[in-house]
Ligand binder design. Structure first.
Ligand code: SAM
Length: 282
């Protein structure tokens, strides 16, 4: 079996902490992930951080075409050789930072688009918000994350894990954790467990806000400073305190509450009240 340590030895490669590199050891793990995430055959797949190609090879067998966006330029020649050995001719590797990549240019207008990756842990949340901007063109995201972030995403109101990402993703997507992975499945070993989450963007929201920008702004401000009450956090965006008071009263919500005390429905009601009254947040 070709393992990351064997490949690294062969090419004289060593991982760097700044890239959040933990490579999958066993080829059965990526096969399981592709199978369980029900990615349709013949689709367009964009992989973030292909690394040494473990997930890329499995994706190449399922997809019509795979784009791999890899920031570490030392990996490009290694990756290209490893993919050639396995005859993965439908893969194009792009040496680029995902956060500076215009995802839209890689999305197909004819085929279903899937975004996948064993994400570098330090920028996982940013990548999720980046994907959200293209959510109407993406079928699913299949992301391997630190277990702690997956728990934050799936968290419910009132818990310490509950935050902006939990509210926003619940509005836009159906979420499913399809696997839990122990540190021993990676090289080098991470300190914590990982989870694989499938984010399936909703085609039609059952309850739709009047203005998504307002919704996003309210949620962002509400969780901006977790310890602060909504009177203080939302007061930063709406200076007219009496108006803020009146809105909360009309919805039977308390301004002494904190961001974590409101559920998705509360945020939707709040957002629509702002929109109906044409109130913009600074
Ligand atoms: N997919 C491989 C696997 O599962 O074995 C590697 C996963 S490793 C956790 C994360 C990968 O993302 C590394 O290959 C790393 O170099 C790459 N990476 C880190 N930051 C990146 C960025 N900003 N843009 C694109 N790739 C990045």
């Amino acid at each position: 079996m070709t393992t990351p340590s064997k490949i690294m030895k062969e090419y004289g490669y060593f991982p760097k902490k700044e890239f959040g590199q933990n490579f999958l050891v066993d080829p059965s793990t990526p096969e399981m992930i592709i199978r369980k995430s029900e990615i349709e055959k013949g689709s367009n797949i964009i992989e973030i951080g292909p690394g040494l190609g473990a997930l890329t090879k499995a994706a190449s067998r399922q997809g019509d075409f795979v784009f791999g966006i890899e920031k570490d330029k030392r990996l490009i020649p290694i990756l290209e050789k490893e993919l050639e050995k396995e005859l993965c001719s439908n893969v194009k590797i792009i040496n680029q930072d995902i956060l500076k990549t215009d995802l839209e240019t890689l999305l197909s207008t004819e085929k279903k688009n899937y975004l996948i990756g064993n994400l570098p842990y330090n920028i996982s949340s940013q990548i999720i918000f980046q994907a959200l901007e293209q959510s109407h063109k993406i079928e699913k995201c299949v992301f391997m994350l630190q277990k702690e972030l997956a728990q934050r995403i799936a968290a419910s109101k009132g818990t310490k894990d509950y935050g902006r990402i939990s509210v926003v993703l619940r509005y836009h997507a159906d979420l499913k954790i399809i696997a839990s992975l122990k540190p021993s499945l990676f090289y080098p070993r991470p300190k914590v467990d990982s989870s694989v989450i499938v984010i399936e963007f909703k085609k039609e929201n059952k309850i739709k806000v009047l203005d998504e920008k307002t919704f996003h702004n309210i949620v962002k401000l509400s969780f901006g400073q977790r310890r602060k009450t909504l009177r203080n956090s939302l007061g930063k965006g709406l200076k007219d305190k009496d108006l803020l008071e009146a809105i909360f009263k009309s919805l039977d919500l308390s301004l002494s509450a904190r961001g974590e005390d409101l559920d998705l429905e509360d945020y939707i009601r709040l957002s629509d009240k702002f929109s109906e009254n044409n109130i913009k947040l600074d």
